[in-house]
Design a protein around this ligand. Sequence first.
Ligand SMILES: [Zn+2]
Length: 348
Amino acid sequence: MPVGTNATVKALDPADIRASGASIILANTYHLYLRPGHERIERLGGLHRFMAWDGPILTDSGGFQVVSLGDLRVVDEDGVTFRSHLDGSVHRFTPEHAIAVQEALGSDIAVALDQPVMPSSPREVVADATARTHRWAERSLAAHTRADQALFGIVQGGIDPDLRAASTRAIAALPFDGICLGGLAGDETPEQRDATLDIAVPLLADDPRPRYLMGLGSPADLVEAVHRGIDLFDSVLPARVARNGQLWIPGGRLNLRNRRFLDDPEPVQADCPCLACRQFSRAYLAHLFRARELLAYRLATCHNLTFTLDFMARIRTALEAGTFPASLPELRLRAGRIRGSEAGAKSA
Ligand SMILES: [Zn+2]
């Protein structure tokens, strides 16, 4: 899922998003609640009409943004009080309120409010937040009323094997439509993340519901997580690095701010069907970035999303053909070696 934080995938319109190969996008509940407001969006016909995207939309619960962006944040058993990062005003989210906001937005998939903590947090902090996340999960299910909206629950438990296993069992025991794995794609190492997935995913082996790893990552991160049994991802990374002039190509990346591209007549990637590669040269894009022209952001974002979604399509094709294990070396080569911590994967 490309990330449309403010009801827009930055620099793209819905036709660009569709052309990049996206079938579902993520929008951020926290951001839309603060601006322009979920009630306003509801009055204007809901989020799909508001942003003119007729494909599926998943809204996150806002838990991650509340904890990572909110200035003041006080978590109690009933909910979390936080200060807006926009104007300092004080707000409160409860599990029930987070559901009500998402029902007003009218997303296709809502997510239960959780209490995320950094993977490196002390065990007692993780244990406390995980237990609260479970209680909030039950309250979210009880509050959810829209039959036309799916509801996903979030597993926490940090990187502690026992807490992660217990949380996976607790959330999987509830009648959610999908299982999110939260509290990763933070400050853990790729090895710690892999080990944590190896704890959680086998516990879901017989569970037909989609497994969604929140907040990951680069193509190299994605292929390893698929290898460990994850189905669904959201990532701001392809679009974010694109806006910095970093374009992903098979096996590596081009930094268009590098002088050597100013005379390069080749497209970014010769066989790429994106808007940028069909019509323009590396030299032109490098010029646009240097001149800070707005078109640079659109073209670069189109390319990186197209590359990433094509990469996921290749993974799906291999899975469906039963050739994924045999294709792993080739997929890893195509992804390049940039894993999330190096690339600054954390979403906001
Ligand atoms: Zn391209």
